[in-house]
Design a protein around this ligand. Structure first.
Ligand SMILES: Cc1ncc(COP(=O)(O)O)c(C=O)c1O
Length: 385
């Protein structure tokens, strides 16, 4: 157990490295692997996730904000990085000087960037994002001619290092994905004529696993890096869960038949039950919607959440789990000692996706490499102190 922490997340870097390797092995050798480490590496820690992915064969990193890119550079990571969201003009100078690639999807941002690059005497590397049907960021296919013209006007201060798009439903709507792909190919043809080597990239985890024709020069690996196959994806890949979140049992009590537990008295014991209070709640990322629906792993078994999820704690019925004592580690999600309760399963119960569950683990929950947790525990990551 990591000191006297009441809650913590163990990050399994070998799992991320393995997942990157498994995904890379399914690509054509020339297709590059970009690891998406935005939102603090989907909650796992951006730098730790980036390093693990690079060790597993990724050669690019993807983030959403300029700050996230600079955080990686400041950590000493020298590999190519793409800021896939909008980079405000005030950030261009820092991004260009740190050699960070920038997504552009409007002519005004492109012109600002070109001005900065000229002032610096450098070339700014851009990836033009095309909106092929997602309806959020991107140049519409009908506007790519104007973008091409702007790229021509700016000349050598801009290098078109990539053209990319994002699919709206590569999990389950392959017909629409195909339509998006066709629009992308048209736009890429127009835009890439500006530069000799332009990487085309379209695929996140679902398309990586479902649509080999969309792999192109690079894929952008997100949730599968962290151990989860998107729902609706039939691919049979052996991924390993990278984050396991634990909290301690802080009290145990026997609740008699007909007694209630928690706010609003939403749970009533039908018979005498043993109830554990565990020190994790919605303040640390347990969705409140799991009240009376979800489960935690306590004593090696899934134990149902009873009553309402609180800000800092949750109550679980441990009657069917022998030998639970105060101080035991309960698992919110993850994998430990051969027991799996994935963020994907939690997400199913909560009506969301595993991305939201892993990203939702509060910054206040200390992350530590699983190797360190193992060492501190004499090889038993979730042992009782
Ligand atoms: C532009 C872009 N590429 C790739 C990804 C990775 O998607 P996934 O986590 O489904 O692999 C995302 C995730 O939101 C994204 O926004």
């Amino acid at each position: 157990m990591p000191g006297d922490a009441l809650r913590w997340a163990e990050i399994d870097t070998t799992a991320m490295q393995h997942n990157a390797q498994v995904i890379k092995a399914g690509l054509r050798p020339e297709t590059r692997l970009m690891a998406m480490v935005k939102s603090n590496g989907y909650g796992h820690g951006a730098t730790i996730a980036a390093r693990a992915a690079l060790a597993g064969g990724a050669t690019w990193l993807g983030v959403y904000t300029p700050d996230e890119a600079l955080e990686l550079r400041n950590a000493g990571i020298a590999e190519p990085i793409l800021v896939a969201g909008w980079s405000p003009p005030s950030t261009h100078d820092a991004l260009v000087s740190h050699g960070v690639d920038i997504a552009v999807f409007d002519v005004a941002t492109l012109r600002d960037l070109a001005t900065t690059a000229r002032l610096r005497g450098r070339r700014a590397r851009v990836h033009v994002k095309v909106d092929t049907g997602m309806g959020r960021l991107g140049v519409r296919p009908e506007a790519v001619d104007a973008m091409r013209q702007a790229l021509r006007d700016e000349g050598t201060s801009i290098e078109v290092a990539g053209v990319f798009t994002h699919f709206a439903d590569a999990e389950s709507d392959l017909a629409f994905t195909k339509e998006q792909h066709a629009r992308f190919l048209y736009a890429a043809d127009v835009l890439r004529s500006n530069a000799a080597e332009t990487l085309l990239h379209t695929a996140g985890s679902a398309a990586i696993l479902n649509v080999a024709a969309a792999h192109h020069d690079m894929v952008r690996l997100g949730i599968a890096l962290y151990g989860y196959v998107p729902r609706g994806t039939a691919a049979d890949v052996a991924l390993r869960i990278a984050m396991s979140v634990f909290a301690r049992v802080v009290q145990l009590k026997t609740v008699s038949a007909d007694e209630t537990v928690g706010y609003g008295r939403t749970w009533r014991a039908s018979t005498t039950r043993r109830v554990a209070t565990v020190a994790i709640g919605y303040g640390q990322g347990v969705p409140r919607v799991l009240s009376n629906r979800g489960a935690l792993v306590v004593g090696g078994n899934r134990c149902p959440i009873v009553g309402i999820v609180n800000m800092d704690q949750v109550t679980v019925d441990v009657s069917d789990s022998d030998g639970v004592t105060v101080g035991d580690a309960a698992m919110f999600f993850g994998e430990s000692a051969g027991v799996r309760l994935g963020a994907d399963e939690v997400a199913d119960v909560a009506g969301t996706i595993p991305h939201e569950i892993t990203c939702g683990v509060a910054a206040s929950v200390p992350r530590l490499p699983r190797e360190a947790a193992d060492r501190a525990n004499g090889g038993r990551p979730t042992a009782v102190p």
